[in-house]
Design a protein around this ligand. Structure first.
Ligand SMILES: Cc1cc2nc3c(=O)[nH]c(=O)nc-3n(C[C@H](O)[C@H](O)[C@H](O)COP(=O)(O)OP(=O)(O)OC[C@H]3O[C@@H](n4cnc5c(N)ncnc54)[C@H](O)[C@@H]3O)c2cc1C
Length: 262
C-alpha cells in the first residue's frame, strides 16, 4: 500500500512575519522555513498506519514549494518517510488555493497513492481549504479531523473528532484523510533516522511533467487579494484587585455573565 502525506513548507511559526505591501504576499525570505507543524501530525498518522500494516507499505511525502527549500523535506525522511517528491516551478508563483490544489492534485495523481493524508491547516495561509479542494479534484472521499485510523478489509476505518464526541466512519480506498492534533504527538527523528535520511530520494516534478489543461500561477488564480490590514491593537484590559479568592471568582463569573459566556 502506498500512503502519500502532503507537507507544506512554511515560515517558522515563532518568527515575526511581514506582508509585502507591493505583492500583498507573505515575505518568505530571511525567515527560517520548517515543516508545517500540523503536517507533522499527518506524517505521524501515516507512519503509524505503515507500522501497523507492515508488508510493503510505503510513506511518500509531497510538497509544492520552491526548489531551494527541498532539503527541509529531509526532516520528514528522518522521521521515517521512505521518499519525498517536490513539485516546483516558477509558473506556480502567485497560485491561490484553487490553482495550488489543482496543480497538487495533478502531481498526486502522477505519484499515485492508496491513501492521501493531509494536514488540517497550515500555519501561514491557514485557510483549511486545500484538503476539501484536493478531494474534489481527485474525486476522493474526504474524511477530516481523524483522531484514530486503521486500514482493514481494504477499507479505511476512522474515528473523527467532533465538538461533542466522535464519529466512526468507513471509506473505500483510495481516500483522503486529515488528522486532528489528538492523533498522536509527532515522533522525534532518531540518530539512525537522520543518518538514513541522507540516502533517501527527493525527486522533483515541474509543470512540464503534469498535463494541466488549465493555467496555474497568477493567471490561473480565481481570487484576488484586494486589501489587507493588521488586526487592531488590543487595549490594556481591566485590572481588578479583589480582596480574596472568593471575591476574585465572583468578579470573573460576573464578567463572563455580562459577556453572555456563561
Ligand atoms: C492571490 C493569491 C496569490 C498567492 N500567491 C502565493 C505565492 O506566490 N506563493 C505562495 O507560497 N503562496 C501563495 N498564495 C497562498 C497559497 O495559495 C496558499 O498557501 C495555498 O493555497 C495553501 O493554502 P493554505 O496555506 O491555506 O493551506 P490549508 O488549506 O490551510 O492547508 C491544509 C493542508 O493542505 C496541505 N498543503 C497546503 N498547501 C500545500 C503545499 N504547498 N504543499 C504541500 N501540502 C500543502 C498541507 O497538508 C496542509 O496542512 C497565494 C494566495 C492567493 C489568494
Amino acid at each position: 500500500m502506498k500512503i502519500v502525506v502532503t507537507v507544506k513548507l512554511v515560515p517558522d511559526p515563532n518568527a515575526e512575519k511581514h506582508i509585502d505591501p507591493a505583492t500583498k504576499r507573505l515575505v518568505r525570505t530571511g525567515v527560517e522555513t520548517v515543516l508545517n507543524p500540523y503536517d507533522e501530525y499527518a506524517l505521524e498518522a501515516a507512519l503509524q498506519l505503515k507500522e501497523r500494516a507492515g508488508g510493503d507499505t510505503t510513506v511518500t511525502v509531497f510538497a509544492m514549494s520552491p526548489e531551494s527549500l527541498k532539503e527541509i523535506l529531509r526532516k520528514a525522511l528522518a522521521m521515517g518517510a521512505d521518499e519525498a517528491v517536490l513539485l516546483s516551478d516558477a509558473g506556480l508563483e502567485g497560485s491561490d488555493v484553487w490553482a495550488t490544489s489543482y496543480a497538487m492534485a495533478h502531481a498526486l495523481k502522477k505519484i499515485g497513492f492508496d491513501l492521501l493524508v493531509v494536514g488540517g491547516l497550515t500555519d501561514d495561509g491557514s485557510t483549511g481549504a486545500v484538503p476539501g479542494a484536493l478531494a474534489e479534484q481527485l474525486g476522493l472521499p474526504c474524511i477530516t479531523n481523524a483522531r484514530k485510523a486503521d486500514i482493514a478489509d481494504g477499507k479505511l476505518h476512522v474515528e473523527r473528532e467532533t465538538d461533542t464526541g466522535y464519529q466512526t466512519v468507513t471509506a473505500p480506498l483510495p481516500a483522503l484523510l486529515t488528522t486532528a492534533l489528538t492523533f498522536g504527538e509527532p515522533r522525534y527523528a532518531s540518530l539512525k533516522g537522520i543518518m538514513g535520511a541522507k540516502k533517501k530520494t527527493i525527486s522533483t516534478l515541474t509543470l512540464a511533467d503534469l498535463a494541466l489543461d488549465a493555467p496555474v500561477g497568477e493567471s490561473g488564480s480565481k481570487t484576488e487579494l484586494v486589501a489587507f490590514a493588521p488586526p487592531p491593537v488590543r487595549g490594556k484590559g481591566r485590572i481588578e484587585t479583589p480582596e480574596d479568592g472568593a471575591a476574585g471568582a465572583k468578579l470573573i463569573f460576573d464578567f463572563l455573565k455580562e459577556k453572555k459566556l456563561v
